[in-house]
Ligand binder design. Structure first.
Ligand code: XIL
Length: 368
């Protein structure tokens, strides 16, 4: 066979392979040096559970090779009433992602938010005892981790335990157990499934002080001989801040502690920051209009271009650190399903993700 013939044989083989896996099986994921992930919404999980075939699910399968449930595996949905676990939706999701060969991550075992009220409180509404909380943590974590054993690759064990100034968040967990609540959570998870990856996850990693405290948690767990695989950086960022360098510093810091990192919840808001204004915006119309400049679902091309360039810059940085980055996950599939349309101001129209409202990959995703 001459060179020309062997190339055409290869081409034929590639075409045949593509056809065998579906004509559209190559997507964004195939151009990445790490896993490319997406958070799957409750509505999408509902479609999965009901066996519906949708454009969204097709887009996910084609473009991503890692998934996480945006809400369905948090404490509130999994154990709404003490002792009553509800696994149906999460099971449908995890079975679907396993069947489709996507790395499946669990989010989240212990978080102060979307936590059912009973978890940290006694009958009198006051904080429960140390023993009671440890008991509930052990029961929730072990039941959930055991249930998904072998079907999820890893868990966010603890989410958002550190504040921007580097202090520990005064959550109920912290008030009752102090910072060691984190150690207990990792211990229970590891006892339930020794093979499971265990992650600490947080936002706001532009803060060097916050990162120092997270690094100290990694050191503390390791010095006790405990398992921690990595630190997740949520990466809910904006079109104009923070700096890429601040996140690159965070990655270097955690990697120096001997763990992996992951970009776990990336989105880039293009809307004006509403922090500090949230009380007023609910009442003042002029603030609302200023804070929601493109309400009709059309982002001006120059802003879209800027967004694409910002995404590309961040992905270039991620690529430089590919050896340490387990996955880059975006927090939702399309702009229409992003939580940022409702947070921190309800009823806005944001454009933070890789897929448009009419379910097309944004053209600049080719450059990521
Ligand atoms: C968000 C979801 O996207 C929303 O749908 C839900 O109403 C609130 O939680 N940090 C996290 C995620 O770790 O679990 C949050 O997800 C976003 C911030």
């Amino acid at each position: 066979m001459n060179k020309k013939q062997s190339i055409s044989t290869l081409t034929a083989l590639a075409v045949a392979t593509t056809m065998a896996f579906g004509a559209n099986s190559t997507g964004l994921k195939d151009n990445m040096p790490f896993k490319l992930g997406v958070a799957v919404s409750n509505a999408q999980i509902n479609d999965i559970a009901n066996g519906r075939k949708t454009q969204a699910l097709d887009l996910i399968k084609r473009n991503f090779n890692q998934v996480v449930a945006e809400n369905a595996m948090k404490d509130q949905p999994l154990q709404p009433i003490e002792g009553h676990f509800a696994f149906d939706a999460a099971d449908a999701f995890v079975d679907w992602s396993n069947k489709n060969g996507m790395k499946t991550m669990g989010h989240v075992l212990l978080w102060h938010s979307q936590l059912p009220g009973w978890f940290t409180r006694g009958d009198n509404g006051k904080l429960c005892s140390r023993e009671k909380l440890l008991d509930r943590m052990e029961n929730h974590i072990k039941t959930v981790v055991t249930h998904f054993k072998g079907r999820v690759a890893g868990w966010d064990v603890v989410n958002e335990a550190v504040e921007g100034d580097g202090s520990y968040r005064r959550s109920d967990f912290y008030k009752i157990l102090g910072e060691e609540f984190i150690d207990y959570a990792f211990k229970f998870a590891h006892e339930a499934d020794p093979d499971c990856e265990l992650w600490y996850n947080d936002y706001g990693n532009e803060s060097a002080k916050k990162n120092e405290t997270i690094a100290s948690i990694v050191r503390r767990l390791k010095s006790k001989g405990m398992r921690i695989d990595g630190v997740g950086l949520q990466t809910h960022i904006r079109i104009d801040s923070p700096s890429i360098e601040s996140y690159e510093n965070a990655i270097n810091l955690f990697v120096a502690e001997g763990v992996k990192v992951a970009i776990t919840e990336m989105d880039i808001s293009v809307l004006p920051s509403a922090w500090g204004l949230t009380a007023e915006v609910s009442t003042k119309v002029e603030y609302r209009e200023k804070l929601n400049p493109w309400p009709d679902g059309n982002l001006p091309p120059e802003v879209d271009k800027q967004l694409g360039e910002r995404y590309a810059e961040w992905f270039r940085m991620f690529r430089r650190h590919a050896a340490s980055i387990d996955r880059v996950t975006v927090w939702g599939l399309s702009d229409s399903s992003s939580w940022l349309n409702d947070f921190p101001v309800p009823g806005r129209t944001d454009y933070p993700l890789l897929v448009t409202r009419d379910m097309k990959l944004k053209p600049w995703t080719k450059s990521l």
